[in-house]
Design a protein around this ligand. Structure first.
Ligand code: ADP
Length: 385
């Protein structure tokens, strides 16, 4: 185990141990525990204490890595020469360019590319989760969290057990979109219990740990990755039909972490959300290339805010003009499935603010239908594996 993993594992263990000791009676308000679950002494959960929540939010449970630990996490350490071959290369520590590099002996020993033990922990933790789906977007504000929330509601509406994991650490909108603002994460000796919308739908987000929803989380990449690891290894999802992972926009450290930690956990693929204009599609092409680079299957692309239909006259206005053909054309060019369009519709924003499923707000509307089609596509693709 690397020093960095040891530090983080120790911190997680300390956090769990400290609060699990105080486990006592707890309210079964809007879930926290699925009804009908057999509550044994071992699994009795108590709300995360204020101190433990503060530790997570302040980053104390995920210590700021030292310079050496940070470098360990990178393919090319900052202090490596320009021509560094990368810590995973067969030539690491042996290439001519390694001479004089302060990392040479670490690379040559193979220590630098040892697999993180968390990979096996994540596999174990998610062993009863049938489908693991990432929701990605090139840009922020295109509706990625909205789609993640509505997909999760949609799975649950089919009486399937779904989980929604919000790893958009700096902008956690999932608690509000799921109608769970103000709810607490509970903790037992088996880990963190997600917050339940109902018996079929479990949610985890750093948003549940913020004492004040307006608090800003200003963390550098390695600390965010530490929390992602903690979410993947410590949350007790139990058995799920689908786990939807809402990621931050772009392709950043967080995405690499998720893909790395889930490498042995049989991830099913990614749903990519975009708006139709070229400025958004430019970033989606990068997202598609990222998925190809890390061997992540692309389940398909959803075009959101696709057009606005006037409720008075029925005229459709393409507010974000698809100057290069929109997402469908891009999908054809890049040979990825196109999953459908979601129109710009004020009720989608209202549903998000109110934490409601579109299937409840507007059951026969185009949004609920598109989400339903996407779920069918996910099930067809993941069941034919
Ligand atoms: P992202 O996760 O990509 O940053 P969000 O899902 O938070 O984006 O959506 C940004 C805002 O746009 C939210 O207020 C959301 O309710 C709204 N929104 C998303 N999709 C639609 C839509 N199809 N019609 C109207 N508003 C939408």
């Amino acid at each position: 185990m690397s020093d960095r993993s040891q530090v983080i594992t120790f911190a997680c263990g300390a956090l769990l141990g400290a609060t699990a000791a105080g486990a006592a009676a707890f309210a079964i308000a809007k879930g926290h525990q699925r009804s009908g679950d057999d509550v044994t002494d071992k699994s009795v959960a108590a709300p995360l204490t204020t101190a433990a929540r503060a530790d997570v939010v302040n980053g104390a449970s995920v210590p700021e890595p030292t310079g050496a630990e940070e470098e360990d996490a990178k393919e090319k350490p900052d202090n490596a020469p320009e021509s560094c071959v990368g810590v995973s290369s067969e030539q690491a520590g042996k290439a001519a360019s390694c001479a004089g590099c302060p990392n040479q002996s670490l690379c040559a020993s193979g220590e630098a590319k040892k697999p993180d033990p968390a990979v096996a922990d994540v596999k174990d933790r998610l062993s009863e989760v049938k489908r693991k789906i990432l929701v990605l977007s090139g840009k922020g504000g295109v509706g990625k969290s909205t789609v993640s929330a509505q997909l999760s509601f949609g799975f649950a509406a089919r009486s399937m057990d779904a989980g929604l994991l919000d790893v958009d650490i700096c902008g956690p909108s999932v608690p509000r979109m799921m109608g769970l603002l103000g709810q607490d994460v509970h903790q037992s000796s088996e880990g963190w219990s997600p917050v339940y919308v109902d018996d079929h739908l479990a949610v985890m987000s750093i948003g549940f740990m913020l004492p004040n929803q307006d608090d800003a989380i200003i963390w550098r990449g390695p600390r965010k990755n530490g929390l992602i690891k903690q979410f993947l290894t410590d949350v007790n999802w139990g058995s799920l039909d689908a786990l939807i992972i809402d990621t931050p926009p772009g392709t950043s450290d967080e995405h690499l972490s998720i893909v790395t930690y889930l490498q042995d956990a049989a991830m099913d693929g990614a749903v990519i959300v975009t708006t139709p204009q070229e400025v958004a599609l430019m970033d989606v092409r990068k997202e598609i290339n990222f998925c190809r680079k890390v061997n992540l299957k692309i389940i398909g692309v959803i075009e959101n805010m696709s057009g606005y239909v006037c409720t008075s006259c029925g005229h459709e206005e393409r507010i974000f003009a698809p100057s290069t053909g929109g997402a469908e054309d891009m999908c054809k060019q890049m040979d990825v499935p196109f999953l459908g369009r979601i129109p710009l519709d004020g009720r989608v924003a209202q549903a998000g603010d109110a934490g409601l499923p579109m299937s409840q707000m507007c059951p026969d509307g185009p949004v609920a239908k598109c989400i339903d089609r996407v779920i069918t596509a996910i099930l067809n693709q993941t069941d034919s594996k």
